[in-house]
Design a protein. Structure first.
Length: 89
């Protein structure tokens, strides 16, 4: 005797349209993955305009605020401490 399969009756929840608040654009510079100078740059935008820029490299990351001239260097160990404090208190 064949077994009859039941149809699934679970419906997907309706998605409510949400305005996009943040946009991130990426630029990848790869002269050689193991060489200095290879980096990933993320440009971060909000409704008002550019809010910052992150450049990820092998040795550290650099943060530059939206209208700032200088960038701040943050080593990976320091970045990990900052994220742990932020995430876990």
């Amino acid at each position: 005797m064949a077994i009859k399969k039941r149809k699934r009756t679970t419906k997907k929840p309706r998605r409510i349209p949400v305005d996009t608040v943040h946009t991130v654009r990426a630029a990848l510079h790869v002269p050689g993955l193991s060489r200095a100078g290879s980096s990933l740059t993320l440009l971060i935008y909000a409704h008002d305009g550019k809010i910052g820029e992150i450049e990820l490299g092998r040795g550290s990351l650099f943060w530059r605020g939206g209208k700032r001239q200088k960038r701040k260097r943050i080593g990976w160990s320091r970045f990990a401490e900052m994220m742990d404090d932020l995430a876990y208190g």
